[in-house]
Design a protein around this ligand. Structure first.
Ligand SMILES: NC(=O)c1ccc[n+]([C@@H]2O[C@H](COP(=O)([O-])OP(=O)(O)OC[C@H]3O[C@@H](n4cnc5c(N)ncnc54)[C@H](OP(=O)(O)O)[C@@H]3O)[C@@H](O)[C@H]2O)c1
Length: 288
């Protein structure tokens, strides 16, 4: 362990986790606290990306930061400049798989330019940096925007019959916690996926088995999906943005396996079945 890591462990609150209530951030906080490492968990209203006045208090005394950007903004660059002024030495950035491919997916919501700028700012920051690029999170089924359909027993999505290598946010968090606190991760870009491709139908069948109740996947055309969302009250623009997200899955662009979990941790990533059963054990598939 290097001198920075020793100091990190010695100094309470010298680690800052942004997005600390989100799918990866809250697990990073849990991983660090389980190791006995004190961490400042940044969430609104105390830390707000859109209110620069909240940044200094969050960064006070901090030496390493997990940066989860606010999608659709260009705020990581000024935040990293502020972080360096506060003496931050190490950053781990949450990015996304497919960022090197401008045609990866339609980006109606404007997420890609922010992530491209965040990665560039990270590399140019002069700080020790690690970039994580996860694919689709398995937790989209349990906590994200698939969860409502899973609870209702019918997941209706324009995902076709193609597969994706969904990654467990527990693995993302383990990689981030290691990169924040251990040597050997500086300058690494970790592309993170699960160990094998899983179709949406297979994913739902696995969850159904783990949850012990019938849940089915109903493939929709993008047009059907947009029409259903609009009927449920989503604006046409947002509905189209959601539909566009699925193009990458339909076209098989997220079906490849990436080796980032093994590179960072020396072990394979968790399977989708392991995720589904662990979530069941926590009561995560309950309908209540
Ligand atoms: N989900 C996926 O499948 C996936 C795949 C690849 C990459 N990514 C990327 O990974 C990142 C995190 O995704 P996620 O799914 O973990 O997101 P998430 O679960 O929705 O978490 C977002 C976090 O950002 C916080 N936040 C929102 N607005 C904020 C603001 N104005 N100021 C400060 N914090 C704010 C939220 O806190 P509050 O409690 O305050 O709302 C929450 O902690 C995103 O950049 C996403 O594009 C996601």
């Amino acid at each position: 362990m290097d001198r920075l890591s020793n100091r990190l462990l010695d100094q309470p609150m010298s680690l800052l986790v942004t997005g600390a209530t989100g799918k990866s951030g809250k697990r990073v906080v849990q991983h660090l606290r389980a190791k006995g490492i004190a961490v400042r968990a940044a969430a609104r209203p105390v830390f707000d990306w859109t209110d620069e006045g909240t940044w200094d208090a969050a960064l006070e005394g901090v030496r390493a930061v997990y940066v989860v950007q606010l999608d659709g903004t260009m705020l990581v660059r000024p935040f990293l400049e502020r972080a360096a002024q506060h003496g931050v030495r190490r950053i781990v950035l949450a990015s996304g798989r497919g960022l090197d491919d401008p045609d990866y997916a339609e980006d109606t919501a404007g997420v890609r330019p922010g992530l491209v700028d965040s990665e560039a700012a990270t590399r140019a920051s002069g700080l020790e940096w690690t970039i994580t690029r996860p694919g689709w999170f398995a937790q989209n089924f349990s906590e994200g925007f698939f969860a409502e359909g899973i609870r209702a027993g019918e997941l209706r999505l324009p995902g076709g019959s193609a597969a994706a290598t969904f990654v467990d946010a527990e693995d993302i968090a383990a990689v981030v916690a290691a990169a924040l606190t251990e040597d050997g991760h500086s300058g690494q870009v970790y592309e993170l996926s699960g160990p094998h491709p899983v179709t949406l139908a297979e994913a739902v069948a696995t969850i159904s088995e783990a949850a012990g109740r019938e849940i089915r996947y109903v493939p929709l055309s993008p047009e059907q999906y947009v029409a259903e969302l609009v009927q449920q009250g989503t604006s046409p623009t947002d509905a189209q943005a959601f539909a566009d997200l699925f193009a990458a899955i339909r076209e098989g662009k997220d079906a490849h396996v990436s080796d980032g979990v093994r590179q960072a941790l020396g072990r394979p990533p968790r399977t989708f079945a392991e995720f589904a059963h662990a979530t069941a054990a926590e009561g995560g598939w309950s309908t209540g």
